[in-house]
Design a protein around this ligand. Structure first.
Ligand SMILES: Nc1nc2c(ncn2[C@@H]2O[C@H](COP(=O)(O)OP(=O)(O)O)[C@@H](O)[C@H]2O)c(=O)[nH]1
Ligand SMILES: [Mg+2]
Length: 279
């Protein structure tokens, strides 16, 4: 799709994890964009689950819906022309239609011309006054889109601090995640990137400890939770190779993000109820 990629590349720093698998994002992510024209708080949302049967999908849908109806001034509706329009896409359009705020249709992945279902999205162009064809990956046409966003956003009076209106748990530009959650997200991303189709959806990551040690090393203790011993075995891999690889990939990125040397103590735990406990 590209929502999280769009936000990361616009900010020039990673705030949201991304992967080729659908439903990578699990909760709305708030981040602050600033340039000479002003400030924008972006909310990156998960996609909508058409069939929300398990408790996690239900919670994700509920939070996404809530985020869209919270004090939002403008909606960017992003579609991926390389994917066939399906039932889920129809459901999202239904939700977007009901929001009485300025809306921009953003057709993403114009860099990919190999596979296109663009004709299936054409009918939307008459519904949206503003349509932008962009590449979130290459930042193509992102500048004019940004200019239009600034035009459509209501102007706040000078001195009114938009940041005070939002929860501030994270550090700039990430507004609603502390370092524990952000590091857990980076670990979860590696599971999405390195494991097969099924496993990412059976897992989450929890960070239990982040300590700056005297020797300059940042010690991080984290767990990957999965619902079944079968998945646990796959996450650990033969001779512990998979978890080692996962940990090393995550560690490198955390080191890059923090500028510190990282010791990552990562274990895999079976917990069939993590969906209820942690989401
Ligand atoms: N070719 C291409 N791939 C993209 C583009 N934007 C995102 N992607 C890829 O699409 C996949 C899903 O992106 P992601 O940002 O996680 O989508 P989200 O689920 O909407 O947040 C990732 O593998 C991205 O690298 C783009 O403009 N062009
Ligand atoms: Mg996402």
């Amino acid at each position: 799709m590209g929502k999280s990629t769009f936000l990361n590349n616009l900010l020039g720093t990673k705030v949201a994890i991304t992967s080729p698998k659908p439903q990578t994002t699990r909760f709305p992510i708030k981040a602050l964009f600033e340039n000479e024209d002003g400030q924008i708080i972006f909310i990156d949302t998960p996609g909508i689950f058409a069939k929300a049967e398990d408790s996690l999908s239900k919670k994700i849908n509920q939070q996404t819906f809530q985020a869209l109806h919270e004090n939002v001034d403008l909606v960017l509706y992003m579609v991926d022309h390389t994917r066939k329009r399906d039932f889920e896409e129809g459901k999202v359009l239904g939700i977007v239609r009901k929001i009485e705020k300025p809306k921009i249709l953003v057709i993403n992945k114009v860099d990919n011309t190999e596979e296109s279902y663009l004709p299936q999205y054409k009918f939307m162009e008459s519904e949206f006054k503003d349509v932008f064809l962009i590449s979130a990956l290459n930042q193509t046409h992102v500048k004019p889109l940004l200019r239009r966003i600034f035009e459509l956003l209501p102007e706040r009076k000078e001195g009114s601090d938009i940041l005070s209106e939002t929860q501030q748990k994270g550090s700039y530009p990430l507004l609603n995640m502390d370092s524990y959650v952000f590091v857990a997200e980076l670990i979860r991303e590696k599971v999405f990137l390195m494991m097969g189709e099924e496993i990412p959806y059976t897992t989450t990551a929890i960070v239990d400890e982040i300590t700056d040690r005297k020797n300059g090393i940042m010690y991080i203790k984290a767990r990957i939770l999965t619902t079944d011993n079968r998945y646990k075995r796959m996450l650990i891999g033969a001779g512990g190779r998979k978890i080692k690889e996962l940990g090393s990939y995550a560690r490198k990125e955390i080191a890059l993000a923090t500028g510190k040397k990282i010791y990552l103590d990562l274990t895999v735990v079976t917990d069939p109820h993590w969906q209820e406990t942690y989401y």
